[in-house]
Ligand binder design. Sequence first.
Ligand code: MG
Length: 215
Amino acid sequence: MTEYRITHKNGDQYPVRNIYCVGRNYAGHARELENPLLKEPVFFQKGLTCLTTEDRIKLPSDRTIHHEIELVILISRPGEGITADNAMDHIGGFALGLDLTDRKLQNELKEGKLPWFLSKSFKNSAVVSTFFQPDMGNWSEMFWLKINGNVVQKGQMDDMEFDIPFLIEFLSSRIPLLEGDIVFTGTPEGVGTVEKGDVLELGLGESVLKTVRFR
Ligand code: MG
């Protein structure tokens, strides 16, 4: 069986179990998609086989694929009913990732009041960088996405509607978290289409954490 793994900067490798994602966690992005903000965080999942750490990624043909850059959390210690105060004890890494989305299909499914699963789950739709130590200081810097050299999205942890400790408290109050689960924590405004041939750089502060070429 194929294992889907992410790599930690310290050399550890984690088999990933589940990919959770948060929707509408930045006010600017909720506005651009004309979605109301929510009183509680909304979660969805991507299929495990969507995960990729590759630098050259094949996009599905004939679809409108949007980029969503996000901070991604690695759960390194399982738990349920985790409190916000203890959340950082369960987080072993932070990364940047892309929650690639088939926006046209998502809009059709939303209009039909149907689950958006297939618009979020297609091969290579969950892109992640290497995972780094979860230092809240370093990671409060601006993160950004460049396409072909131009910044198209930027955001900061401080702009989240629901912060990371609260997201972990909320999610683990509903379902047990496993070691190797990863959580995409929502995207700031500026989502848009990606095309074959585009080069995407995912950065934090002055550093590029991942470069991806689409084909
Ligand atoms: Mg997203």
